[in-house]
Write a protein that binds this ligand. Structure first.
Ligand code: ADP
Length: 540
């Protein structure tokens, strides 16, 4: 027997309408590419979103059209999220740090109709223009006074698009499984692949975030997403924030430690979200100034593993660290490691040990680990296996790419994350590697993340990576690559000794290579693919 409740489609635009009614003075503060700081509210934003939606319709945008953005974190980018999906079109965020070839591939694969671009990225597009589809139209995200001279044909001004349009709109009705957003993974292997989020998955993900991290996702809290709007929807924050009444502080293009510190200090940011490399930059600044930005109480770290030393340094200064794990294909949140209250009494060291894990699943994400044959492995905290997930916020296939989709689902329809992990009896997930980064030495697995974590605790190490290099006798051996702190010169032997204290002798890398800077991917993670090409002879 079916329940007798109404069925209303879950729609992204309802989140901003709700915020405008419930938290009309919730703030959105943006460092603009024009150079100043812009302040607005959810009430005002909902009006501008309506104007933008009318403007998009006036340009002929239809449901299902892909509308691309190439932009930093700022209020106009946020408005685009809502206006585009609100009228049934698809907001396709492009990562400006991708290579020219990847960007061209993505724009043509997505068949984008319009491309909204921040002032900073106009020169990139000018260089690519000859290779871009001829019917693609450009809208520059600024006002008339700041419109640049540009060779982009027919480039339109963002504020002109809103000018004179009504500040109210009756959002159209459509089924909740209609696509709302499109984001390509940064393509650390093969061509970038598109994850196509639906209205339903996006709204459910926002709900799931709000119930999972209620201590920070609540009315009045000021959150700074360093994680870009072009990288998996800034981890869902642009949707969870209006739902919970959180104020957003957008940093624009200035993402170095000093700029972030100043902005956080000025705006009394309570929580900030980003990948570990960002927090290393901020920590340098904190050490130099001998204090935290005023009001900082929480950071969310994800995208790659947070080292013990990173977690410990923030926590010892009274800043709660929430270590989270997820993927573009998962909208992205899978697990998070705010500890349950029964662990409040744990000793500091034990808490930090726990927080190094990626934490426990969020509602709606099921996880299993399996061996090479697909047989389920125990959740004993010891046995590593291939991590699979399923749920309503997880992709069911890549956009227009059956070939890439087929191999990533098992017979039961679970999605293969490509990560190797253990899960313990309490449900804590521990990612030990990405399957392609795993080192197989003499038939035994060596976790590169474990080794990196230990090396990061050396005071002279700014960043490091462990990769597999081919070896005649053992098939593969680990190689340690280290970026030293500016004022330090860690010695090889010190690093070997440090590792030998904590892991079996055969797991200690045979050599250390010191580099000035580790290569990063477009999403700010250490690029092991590049390192393997440079140091392990991997083919281009
Ligand atoms: P890409 O790196 O291709 O852009 P994503 O940004 O979606 O793709 O990255 C997802 C991957 O990042 C995960 O599969 C996992 O390997 C890694 N990752 C994300 N968060 C963490 C974390 N907290 N600890 C370890 N690895 C993580």
């Amino acid at each position: 027997m079916k329940g007798l409740m109404m069925h209303r489609p879950l729609k992204v635009a309802d989140l901003i309408t709700f915020a405008a009614e419930t938290y009309p003075s919730g703030e959105i503060v943006s460092v603009r590419t024009e150079g100043d700081v812009h302040r607005t509210t959810y009430g005002e934003t909902a009006r501008r979103v309506a104007q933008l939606a009318h403007g998009l319709k006036s340009l002929g945008v239809k449901p299902g059209d892909r509308i691309a953005t190439l932009a930093w974190n700022g209020y106009r980018h946020f408005e685009l999220y809502y206006a585009i999906s609100g009228i049934g079109a698809i907001c396709h965020t492009i990562n400006p740090r991708l290579s020219a070839e990847q960007m061209l591939y993505i724009v043509s694969h997505a068949e984008d109709r319009l491309l909204f671009v921040d002032l900073t990225f106009v020169p990139i597009l000018e260089r690519l223009a000859a290779h871009l589809p001829k019917d693609l139209r450009f809208i520059i995200m600024t006002d008339r006074a700041h419109m640049p001279e540009t060779s982009l044909e027919g480039a339109f001004c963002y504020e002109d698009l809103l000018d004179g349009q009504p500040g109210e709109i009756d959002w159209p009705e459509f089924p909740e499984d209609q696509a709302a957003g499109l984001c390509y993974t940064s393509g650390t292997t093969g061509e970038p692949k598109g994850t196509l989020f639906s209205h339903r998955s996006t709204v459910l993900h926002a709900f799931s975030m709000c119930v999972t991290i209620p201590k920070i996702l609540r009315e009045g809290v000021r959150i700074l997403p360093v994680v870009p709007l072009f990288h998996v929807n800034a981890w869902g924050l642009p949707y969870a924030a209006p739902l919970s009444g959180v104020s957003l502080i957008f940093p624009g293009s200035a993402l170095d430690g000093k700029s972030l510190f100043d902005l956080m200090d000025r705006e009394k940011v309570y929580s900030a979200w980003g990948v570990p490399t960002v927090w290393h930059g901020l920590l340098n600044e904190i050490t130099q100034r001998g204090r935290l930005p005023e009001g900082l109480g929480d950071i969310v770290v994800g995208g790659s593993a947070a080292s013990r030393s990173l977690i410990e340094t923030f926590e010892s200064r009274g800043v709660n660290v929430c270590h989270a794990w997820g993927m573009t294909e998962m909208s992205p949140l899978g697990t998070q490691c705010n500890l349950p209250s029964e662990m409040d009494q744990m000793a500091f060291d034990e808490r930090i040990d726990r927080k190094q894990s990626q934490g426990r699943r969020v509602f709606g994400v099921d996880m299993k680990i399996v061996d090479d044959a697909g047989i389920r492995l125990p959740h004993d905290g010891k046995t590593p296996g291939h991590l699979y997930v399923r749920g309503n916020t997880i992709t069911s296939g890549y956009f227009n790419n059956d070939e890439a989709s087929r191999p990533v689902f098992d017979g039961e329809g679970w999605f293969c994350t490509g990560d190797i992990a253990t899960i313990d009896q309490d449900g804590f997930l521990n990612i030990t590697d990405r399957s392609k980064d795993l080192i197989k030495s003499g038939g035994e697995w060596i976790s590169s993340l474990d080794l990196e974590n230990i090396v990061m605790s050396h005071p002279g190490v700014a960043n490091c990576a462990v990769i597999a290099v081919p070896d005649e006798k053992w098939d593969e051996r680990p190689l340690l690559i280290v970026q030293a702190r500016e004022d330090a010169q860690p010695q090889k032997q010190e690093l070997f000794d440090l590792l030998a204290e904590r892991v079996a002798k055969w797991q200690v890398p045979d050599d250390v290579v010191f580099v000035d800077e580790l290569p990063l991917t477009a999403t700010g993670k250490v690029s092991k693919l590049t390192l393997r090409k440079q140091h392990a002879g991997e083919a281009e």
